[in-house]
Design a protein around this ligand. Structure first.
Ligand code: SF4
Length: 96
């Protein structure tokens, strides 16, 4: 499991699903829609070439890797996007 912490989100990649992925769509989407910090190393996405500080500086929180992996990869990426007050809002609206 690769866990990447950006400013307000956490990207979790189940890299055990990546060996059989033919598209490596996550890295292509990162390069096309963000700053391309996600690179493929030994067949899996990696940020080994960056420090945690560089990830914070380069991360755009664009979610492109998750969407690309969901539709063109092996559904290996989940991004946690905490929204302060959302639970209380949903409860107030009867949607919790
Ligand atoms: S697109 Fe998904 S399954 Fe394919 S290499 Fe990237 S994270 Fe792994």
């Amino acid at each position: 499991m690769l866990e990447i912490k950006e400013k307000s989100i956490t990207v979790r990649i189940d890299t055990s699903k990546c060996d059989t992925c033919e598209t490596k769509a996550c890295a292509a989407a990162c390069k096309k829609f963000a700053r391309g910090y996600l690179q493929i190393k030994d067949g899996k996405p990696s940020v080994d070439h960056l420090t945690p500080e560089e990830i914070l500086r380069l991360g755009t929180e664009c979610l492109a890797c998750e969407i690309a992996c969901k539709f063109d990869g092996n559904k290996a990426i989940e991004i946690d996007v905490p929204i302060e007050g959302l639970d209380a809002y949903l409860a107030k609206r009867g949607l919790a």
